[in-house]
Structures are given as structure tokens and as C-alpha cells.
Write a protein that binds this ligand. Structure first.
Ligand SMILES: NC(=O)c1ccc[n+]([C@@H]2O[C@H](COP(=O)([O-])OP(=O)(O)OC[C@H]3O[C@@H](n4cnc5c(N)ncnc54)[C@H](OP(=O)(O)O)[C@@H]3O)[C@@H](O)[C@H]2O)c1
Length: 303
């Protein structure tokens, strides 16, 4: 299959490209900065310069492809601006892949509760809106929705590690919200199964691993995976989210806007409510949190 891969320089894209190549797919990567696109498999893919909003570039990259993978997200600290950017990018991409004759789009979005959309963080709401925009065209879209993806090189793992290594375990109110992380390798297998098996289905599939746990518990498990002794937790005095995000971003070495987006998304439960994908991909979605964390800390950054 000929695959148009966006987000190839990101955490998920860098992990996915070698798996696509190993399965015999031909990969075309749409990247904004080819000069900085330094990956070991670069000679095995075609690189096209451009952003997803650039219809000419998407057309050039996607012409002759069977499927397009939408693995990008926008960043902004203003909700209206973020949603507008996500919608604009997804809308432009949708029209360009349709013009290029692509038959199927696979989009990796965030796990969001549609019944409580008003409570969703700006980031998760914008991700949901990007999915709506992609679906508004003629090309069938499979939207995979995930909470935290556990793997080396992810911003979420860097933040978890920073929290786990901190001398104090801070008990923030939001640390009681629940998440259902998925191991990167399990997620990649699901993506490959969606490409190979089901073909061109319109669907929203909620993808999560076998464990549901609070963010506080996830930090404690991360600490254990790093071989560190358990700590007593202390109640966190109120801190403006921006201040907490700035401090966490510096410690974890992660972009501040992305840190704020992830921390805000951690205030609500992000767990699977529709078990369809968990049933359909039961043999794949088996890696528990402890194993996923151990693997993540043992392996080098991929790509
Ligand atoms: N990581 C997780 O835990 C997680 C969880 C759930 C869902 N997801 C979803 O999975 C997808 C990938 O996430 P990730 O963690 O791999 O993100 P990431 O590491 O932040 O990478 C984002 C990628 O998007 C590219 N990008 C952003 N805006 C673009 C644009 N306008 N045109 C072209 N490329 C653009 C970036 O390219 P540059 O190098 O040019 O910046 C980068 O390659 C996203 O849709 C995200 O919402 C991730």
C-alpha cells in the first residue's frame, strides 16, 4: 500500500514509519522542515516539504497514495484560536486528499467523552473538532482515539518521568482523574490492523490498554518503573495551571503550550467508554501500564 504519513517527525510518526516499511508499505512523508528531518530510515521514504494546510503540498505528497495518516495537532493557548486552527488544517487536508484520490484517512485523536464535551480541555475539544472536520468530506475516516500513549520520546512520558523523579509527590485534585494508557507498540499494531484489515471504514474507535488508573497512581507506577522507592504524597496548594505547566515544562524539557494542554486534559477522565475496539483488537491491546513503562524507559528514542 502507498501511505501518506503526516506527523512523521513526531513521536507517533517516527515510531510508525519503520513499522510501515517493515510491512512492505511505501511511505511518503509530508514534513514542514525537511532540513531537520533526521531519521535513520529517511532514505527508505519519499519526503515532501509542506504543512497539512498547504493543499498543493498535500496533493503532491498524496497523489497516487491509497491511504493518509493524519498524525498532527496544532498548538495555541487560546481555545478559539486552537479550534479554528485545528479545523482549518483538517479541512484543508480533507479536501486535498480527496483531490489526490486517496481512499481512506486514519486519524489519531484524543480520547474524549462526547457526552461531556463541554467539560473537555481545549486540546481535547480541538482534537474532536479536527475529527469532525475530516469526516465532513467524501473520503472515509477511521478516527482512533487514545488517552496517554506510553513510549520513549513522548511528551507525556517526559512529564510523567519529571513528576515521578520530583522529590515531592504532589496530590493535585486532578491527579484523581482516571486515564487508560496504551503502549506505543500496541497502538502501532492497531494502526497497521486498521490499514490492512478493515479497509475503508468510517468509524471512531476508542483505543486503550488493559489498565485504568488515576494520574496519581500512574505517577507512582512510573516511579516504580524507574526503580525509585515510593513516597508519601503531599496535598498540592493551589497553583495557577499556567504556573504549574511552566515549571513542569522546564523540568521535563517539553514545550510549555503542550504541557499546559496535557495537564488540562488530565483534569477529566480519559477512559474508554465504547469497548468496540477493545473487543476487536483484544489480542493486540494487552500490554499493561507497568510493562509499557518499563519498556519505554529501557529503549532509546525511536527514529
Ligand atoms: N502522544 C500521545 O500520548 C498521544 C495521545 C493521544 C493522541 N495522540 C495524537 O497522536 C498524534 C501524534 O501525536 P504525537 O505525540 O506524535 O505528537 P508530536 O510528537 O507533538 O508530533 C506532532 C507532529 O505533527 C507535526 N505537525 C504539527 N503541525 C503540523 C502542520 N500544520 N503540518 C504538518 N505537520 C504538522 C509536527 O511536525 P514538526 O516537526 O514540523 O513540528 C510533528 O511531526 C496527534 O494527533 C495527537 O493528538 C497522541
Amino acid at each position: 500500500m502507498r501511505v501518506l504519513l503526516t506527523g512523521a517527525s513526531g513521536f507517533v510518526g517516527r515510531a510508525l514509519a519503520p513499522r510501515l516499511l517493515a510491512d512492505g508499505h511505501e511511505v511518503r512523508c509530508l514534513v514542514r522542515r525537511p532540513d531537520e528531518f533526521d531519521v535513520p530510515w529517511r532514505d527508505e521514504v519519499t519526503v515532501v516539504q509542506g504543512a497539512v494546510e498547504d493543499d498543493q503540498a498535500v496533493f503532491r505528497a498524496g497523489d497516487g497514495c491509497d491511504v493518509a495518516l493524519y498524525l498532527v495537532h496544532a498548538m495555541s493557548d487560546r481555545r478559539r484560536d486552537l479550534v479554528a486552527r485545528e479545523r482549518r488544517a483538517a479541512g484543508a487536508f480533507r479536501d486535498a486528499v480527496e483531490n489526490a484520490g486517496i481512499a481512506h484517512v486514519v486519524y489519531l485523536g484524543g480520547l474524549v467523552d462526547e457526552d461531556r464535551l463541554r467539560l473537555a480541555s481545549d486540546h481535547l475539544y480541538a482534537r474532536q473538532q479536527a475529527g469532525e472536520e475530516l469526516r465532513a468530506g467524501r473520503v472515509p475516516v477511521t478516527e482512533l482515539r487514545a488517552s496517554i500513549v506510553l513510549g520513549r520520546g513522548s511528551a507525556s512520558l517526559a512529564l510523567l518521568e519529571a513528576a515521578a523523579r520530583s522529590p515531592l509527590q504532589l496530590d493535585a485534585p486532578w491527579s484523581r482523574a482516571r486515564t487508560q494508557p496504551v503502549a506505543i507498540d500496541d497502538l502501532l499494531e492497531v494502526v497497521l490492523a486498521v490499514l490492512d484489515g478493515s479497509g475503508r471504514t468510517r468509524a471512531v474507535l476508542e483505543v486503550g490498554g488493559p489498565d485504568v488508573l488515576s494520574y496519581g497512581e500512574l505517577v507512582a507506577r512510573t516511579r516504580a518503573a524507574l526503580g525509585l522507592a515510593p513516597r508519601r504524597s503531599l496535598p498540592l496548594p493551589y497553583l495557577p495551571p499556567e504556573a504549574l505547566a511552566s515549571a513542569s515544562a522546564i523540568v521535563a524539557g517539553v514545550d510549555t503550550a503542550l504541557t499546559l494542554a496535557l495537564l488540562q486534559s488530565a483534569r477529566q477522565d480519559t477512559v474508554v467508554t465504547d469497548g468496540h475496539a477493545r473487543t476487536r483488537f483484544a489480542p493486540i491491546l494487552t500490554t499493561g501500564v507497568d510493562q509499557a513503562l518499563r519498556q519505554a524507559f529501557q529503549e532509546p528514542v525511536r527514529g
